[in-house]
Design a protein around this ligand. Structure first.
Ligand code: GAL
Length: 431
């Protein structure tokens, strides 16, 4: 019976591409399906809260090197980022030199002269974890050798190097750029690598990067995934819809992931892509740049969404506002809350939004977001927040790090353009 429910989820729901999950007949059944697959993934004890780390692509692209990785590992420790929970250092695309005559991948000898094992050892010596990138097709998006046909070999090699995290892309797969999205093909290819990773016996966090067209939130757990990209690449820009290319802005990414909360939880997370916080239009990935309020909003919303927090800026050279945003333990605690709830939008009016994320201890995180390009004030009621109208809460402002006292019935904020303020509401004993 359980098995058949699982099959229904995978094979039926992917075909109909609907959030209501046909075959599981509604929300309750979908929850049961999710629980079955969650248990399997949770056994590995990987990604029990959203993964946190740094990825080379946004800042360094094809110029990533062992020097950059070593210095980034050093900076992760010296800046305090490690202390607030960031742990994975992930080398993205274009680290490759090629495949040798035995079919073994090797890194670019100029940029990685010491080899990957030595680099992984260095990262581990700092108490951090080491991640790498490959692709389910014949080539990576950066035209390097892909893992298609080499899944077992590559997985074992990565395990031998000491890899703890694999980001697995979907370029150069038969249908990757077509509108005839082939779910079965994607599932098969991601499962092949998922199985190969498991067979190594090394716990390797599996990050699926299919960008969303084949609804990986429906099958990500089934193939062993711990996180799955829900949309195309977030660029360093506040608002940009996808215009036929792979570039989107922060708002689009939020909107795509906003209705997928039921698929996220311990062991497997929706991934709205990396943080562009601190890029300031100087990275390999551009877009025009965001201001600090917009960067802070990205951090706030990613935490409300229980998203993986993968930094993309050059953490060796962060300015003070970037540090303030990335090192805010109060907002990170919302992301890392062990219930693993993805926050959801409870109110939207005149481009003002209220979001809610239930936390442990009957607490609730509330985000108030102004999408307008002008100052706005907003007030939300307990009813709008789906709270008991008679309840009183102690309110804590997560960016001001200040207790605001007791509130009963409403929460208000004055918001600058694109600002998001976040509050934690804790049940109040006193009446
Ligand atoms: C894209 C992916 C990016 C980055 C890039 C590397 O497909 O979405 O995050 O990994 O490939 O070529």
């Amino acid at each position: 019976m359980l098995r058949s429910i699982k099959n229904v989820v995978v094979w039926v729901s992917v075909l109909v591409f609907t959030f209501s999950i046909a075959g599981c007949a509604g929300k309750m059944a979908a929850k049961n399906c999710m629980q079955q697959t969650k248990e399997a993934v949770c056994d590995q004890k990987l990604a029990m809260t959203p993964p946190m780390g740094w990825n080379s692509w946004n800042s360094f692209g094809e110029n990533v090197s062992e020097k950059v990785i070593r210095e980034t590992a050093d900076a992760m420790v010296s800046t305090g980022l490690k202390d607030v929970g960031f742990s994975y250092i992930v080398i993205d695309d274009i680290w490759h030199g090629g495949r040798d005559s035995d079919g073994r991948l090797y890194p670019n000898p100029q940029r990685f002269p010491s080899g990957m094992k030595a680099l992984a050892d260095y990262v581990h010596s700092k108490g951090l974890k080491f991640g790498i990138y490959s692709d389910a097709g014949t080539k990576t998006c950066g035209e390097m050798p892909g893992s298609f046909g080499y899944e077992e070999k590559d997985a074992q090699l990565f395990a031998d190097w000491g890899v703890d995290f694999l980001k697995y892309d979907y370029c150069y797969c038969p249908d990757y750029a077509s509108t005839n999205n082939d779910y079965k093909m994607a599932i098969a290819r991601y499962k092949k690598m998922g199985d190969a990773l498991k067979a190594t016996g090394r716990p390797i966090l599996y990050s699926i990067c299919e960008w969303g067209p084949r609804s990986p939130w429906l099958w990500g757990r089934e193939v062993g995934g711990n996180m799955w990209r829900t949309s195309y690449d977030v660029h360093d820009i506040w608002d940009r819809p996808r215009n036929g290319d792979g570039e989107i802005g922060i708002l689009t990414s939020i909107d795509v992931v906003s209705n997928l909360g039921r698929f996220a939880g311990p062991g497997g997370w929706n991934d709205p892509d990396m943080l562009v916080v601190g890029l300031n239009n100087t990275g390999f990935i551009k877009g025009g740049g965001c201001n600090d309020i917009e960067y802070r909003t990205q951090m706030s919303m990613w935490c409300m969404l229980a998203a993986p927090l993968m930094m993309g800026c050059d953490i060796r050279n962060m300015n003070e506002s970037t540090k303030t945003i990335l090192l805010n333990k109060d907002i990170i605690d919302i992301d890392q809350d062990v219930l693993g709830n993805q926050g959801y939008r409870v109110m939207r009016k005149d481009c003002l939004e209220a979001w809610k994320k239930p936390l442990t201890g009957n607490r609730v995180a509330v985000a108030l977001l102004n999408r307008n390009s002008a100052d706005r004030s907003v007030t939300v009621s307990w009813e709008a927040l789906e709270l008991d109208p008679a309840a009183r809460y102690n309110v804590y402002d997560v960016w001001k790090h200040t207790a605001l006292g007791q509130a009963n019935g409403t929460l208000s904020a004055d918001l600058k353009p694109h600002e998001c303020q976040v509050f934690v509401l804790s049940p109040s004993e006193s009446k």
